[in-house]
Design a protein around this ligand. Sequence first.
Ligand code: NI
Length: 129
Amino acid sequence: MSAGDDPRDAAKPRGFAPSGSADGGFREPLRCREPATATLQLDTEHVRVTRWDFNPGAETGWHRHGWLYVVVPVTDGRRLVELPGGGSVTADLTAGVAYTRDAGVEHNVINDGERPLAFVEVEVRAHPG
Ligand code: NI
């Protein structure tokens, strides 16, 4: 599946670049996870705010962050993050407890828990990477 065929692309905000690119980069492996739902809340000169909702086992799909971002979990939950090169990490999220990452992060985020998971992602356009 090429990036342009992925029906999830329609739900992705602009600038949300899939990592399986035509420039010889990483190709997305075959899998059968449900896509998470991205809801764009704000898109201004300075920030883009997206709410992500995951059913159990759902994923964002592989992507690279073009800007610094802050994530505020709406629910408690456990997320699994797949990383380039085949590694992965899990982390417990606590509702209302934020974390931030620099631009350039590339990953696939999966709800590894048994309940729906949601977070709000705030991307800061002043800090590209
Ligand atoms: Ni991400």
